[in-house]
Design a protein around this ligand. Structure first.
Ligand SMILES: NC(=O)c1ccc[n+]([C@@H]2O[C@H](COP(=O)([O-])OP(=O)(O)OC[C@H]3O[C@@H](n4cnc5c(N)ncnc54)[C@H](OP(=O)(O)O)[C@@H]3O)[C@@H](O)[C@H]2O)c1
Length: 278
C-alpha cells in the first residue's frame, strides 16, 4: 500500500521515531523513502545512523520531498511548525497528525489547504511495537487515507478507527493509560518488597504479571471478569485481595481516572486552539 510513496516526519522525537522504526522494521517501505526533521542535529545523525533514513533540520525540505507528512511535534510547537510549512502544503499531501488535542479542522484551517488530514492518538508502547493507537479522518480524508494511516500505525501495535469526537476519551483511556499501569506495577512491586521479596525480583514479577494478564485477555478474548474468576479459588488468596481492592474502590478509581483525563484533554484542546501563546 505504501509502495514507494515518500513519507516525511516533522518532529522526530519519541513517537515520530517510533513510527519510523516500525515502518522500517516491518519493511513497509524502504528507509530511503523516509525523511525526518527535528532541530537537534546530533539526534538526527543518531536516527539516520540507526534507521538508514534521510534526515534534515529543515521542515520545509520534509514537506517538499514527501507525499505523506506526519506531524509529530508537541502541540505547543504546532502553530510555529504549521506556519513554517503552510505555503508548501498542497491538496495532494496527506497529513497525519499525532499531536494531542489538535483537531483536523484546525489543521486544515491553519494550513489553509483542503488536504486530507488523519488524526491519531498513539501511546508510548509504540516504542516497543505494542502501542494502542486510535485514528480518525478529517473532513477532506477518505477511507483510502484512513487505510494508509492504519497500515502505518499497525507497524507499531494495534489500531482502532474512531470518530474524531472520541479522541479525547481515547486520550483518557489508552493515551494516558500507560501511566496508570506503571503506577500499578510500581505499587505491586512495593507490595512484594514489603513482604520480603528483593526489589529487582519483585519488579520483574510485577511487570511480567501485568504483561501476561494483558496477553491472556487479548489472546483468549475472554471477559476480564471471567479470567479473574478463574484465578480466585474459594477461600483463597486472590479473592481475599480482590475484596481488599473492592473495599478501596479500585474500579471506581480507574473509571474516574479515565473520565478526569478525558475532561482535561478537552480543556487542553480548547486552550491549544484558542490561545495563540500555547
Ligand atoms: N508521548 C505520548 O505518550 C504521546 C501519546 C500520544 C500522542 N502524543 C503526541 O505526540 C507528539 C510528540 O510527542 P513525543 O512524546 O514524541 O514528544 P518529543 O519526544 O518531545 O518529540 C517532539 C519532537 O519535536 C521536535 N521539534 C520541536 N520543535 C520543532 C520544530 N520547530 N521543528 C521540528 N522539530 C521540532 C523536538 O526535537 P528538537 O528539539 O530536536 O527539535 C522533539 O524531538 C505530541 O504532539 C504529543 O501530543 C504523545
Amino acid at each position: 500500500m505504501l509502495d514507494s510513496r515518500k513519507i516525511g516526519v516533522v518532529g522526530a522525537g519519541h513517537i515520530g521515531t517510533a513510527v519510523i522504526g516500525g515502518l522500517v522494521r516491518a519493511k513497509l517501505t524502504s528507509p530511503k523513502n523516509i525523511i525526518a526533521s527535528r532541530r537537534n542535529t546530533g539526534s538526527l545523525d543518531d536516527i539516520a545512523g540507526k534507521l538508514g533514513i534521510h534526515t534534515t533540520s529543515d521542515n520545509r525540505k520534509v514537506v517538499k520531498s514527501s507525499e505523506i507528512v506526519i506531524l509529530a511535534v508537541k502541540p505547543i510547537n504546532a502553530r510555529e511548525v504549521m506556519s513554517e510549512i503552510k505555503d508548501l502544503v498542497t491538496p495532494q499531501h496527506i497529513i497525519i497528525s499525532v499531536m494531542a488535542g489538535i483537531k483536523t479542522s484546525f489543521i486544515n484551517s491553519y494550513l489553509g489547504v483542503e488536504c486530507p488530514v488523519i488524526r491519531t492518538m498513539p501511546n508510548t508502547p509504540v516504542l516497543v511495537d505494542a502501542g494502542a493507537t486510535a485514528i480518525s479522518k478529517g473532513g477532506f480524508a477518505t477511507d483510502e487515507h484512513l487505510k494508509l494511516a492504519l497500515t502505518i500505525f499497525k507497524s507499531v501495535g494495534s489500531v482502532e478507527v474512531v470518530p474524531e469526537s472520541l479522541l479525547d476519551a481515547v486520550t483518557g483511556l489508552s493515551g494516558s493509560g500507560p501511566a496508570y499501569v506503571y503506577m500499578v506495577i510500581e505499587a505491586m512491586t512495593d507490595g512484594g518488597v514489603k513482604m520480603g521479596i528483593p526489589r529487582q525480583i519483585a519488579f520483574r514479577l510485577a511487570a511480567q504479571t501485568v504483561f501476561g494478564a494483558s496477553k491472556l485477555v487479548i489472546e483468549t478474548g475472554k471477559h476480564p471478569a471471567i479470567l479473574k474468576d478463574e484465578v480466585t479459588t474459594p477461600g483463597g488468596t486472590a479473592i481475599a485481595a480482590v475484596h481488599e481492592l473492592e473495599t478501596h474502590g479500585l474500579r471506581t478509581m480507574l473509571i474516574n481516572a479515565v473520565s478526569t483525563a478525558t475532561v482535561r484533554s478537552k480543556e487542553l484542546s480548547k486552550i491549544i486552539e484558542e490561545n495563540e501563546s500555547i
